[in-house]
Design a protein around this ligand. Structure first.
Ligand SMILES: [Zn+2]
Length: 257
């Protein structure tokens, strides 16, 4: 914070006290503008949306996973159903031949044996079919649940986005009104004084503050006796700076000098 301070000692900037006082109004407005910008950056909706986005991304992955498993299970079920149907057809054909009673004893015995084997095979395949069916049912329910959650989440995102946009618009409108007010406020203000103010403000600190009861209202530090002495000795239209924070110190009747 050594902005122009050495030069200040050699060629102190001079500006009418009324202009110095007006600087306090400009600073109050700039402080309000900085608060608005800060609020705009730190709206709770930003964090809410980030959290919702993260949840949505996880949900998307979960849904894709469940849909893949469900479609695998659907294919598996079709295969299991075809397997059962194949065995059933074969058993029906064998049974029909048995029922016709045609063929030799040996042939009929072999057919009976095959029918029994096919019945066991069909039972086992039907168990598989049932297992796949149950799994598919559970997966379908999971896909439905995740889809509903995704839709609910999207509704939440829409609602928070609407709130954020509303807040941003309100803050932007407020800032715009202040910007317009500022144009009128700085019109006709001592140019070198304003330039110094802007130069200090660009560093991100309070650029102009009142000296109140020997304390700089920019950094809240009480001035030491030497600085106070220096300021007392300065002419009214001398622009004085705080040695601690570098802001323009504006003297008023409450400065305690
Ligand atoms: Zn200060």
């Amino acid at each position: 914070m050594d902005l122009a301070r050495p030069e200040q000692r050699e060629h102190p900037l001079k500006a009418a006290t009324t202009d110095q006082w007006r600087l306090l109004d400009v600073q109050a407005l700039d402080t309000r503008l900085a608060q608005i910008a800060h609020r705009r950056r730190t709206l709770p909706e930003h964090a809410e949306l980030t959290a919702l986005d993260q949840r949505a991304a996880t949900l998307r992955d979960e849904l894709v996973g469940a849909q893949t498993l469900a479609s695998d299970a659907t294919r598996e079920l079709a295969k299991a159903e075809a397997d059962v149907e194949l065995v059933r057809t074969r058993a029906r054909r064998d049974q029909a031949r048995l029922d016709s009673g045609q063929g030799g004893h040996k042939e009929l015995e072999s057919l009976q044996h095959e029918v029994a084997t096919l019945a066991r095979r069909q039972g086992a395949l039907e168990d598989v079919e049932l297992e796949v069916m149950e799994r598919l049912e559970a997966l379908t329910a999971e896909v439905d649940r995740l889809t509903a959650e995704r839709d609910g989440l999207q509704a939440q995102v829409d609602e928070v986005t609407r709130r954020r946009d509303q807040a941003v618009t309100a803050l932007d409108d407020e800032a715009l009104a202040l910007d317009r007010q500022r144009v009128g406020m700085i019109a006709g203000l001592d140019a070198p004084l304003l330039a110094l103010y802007e130069k200090i403000r660009a560093t991100g600190i309070t650029a102009a503050a009142m000296l109140r009861q020997r304390r700089c209202e920019g950094c809240r530090i009480e001035l030491n006796p030497q600085d106070l002495q220096r300021i007392r000795a300065a002419a009214d239209d001398d622009v004085v700076r705080c040695d601690e924070c570098g802001c323009i110190l504006v003297r008023t009747g409450e400065s305690g000098l």
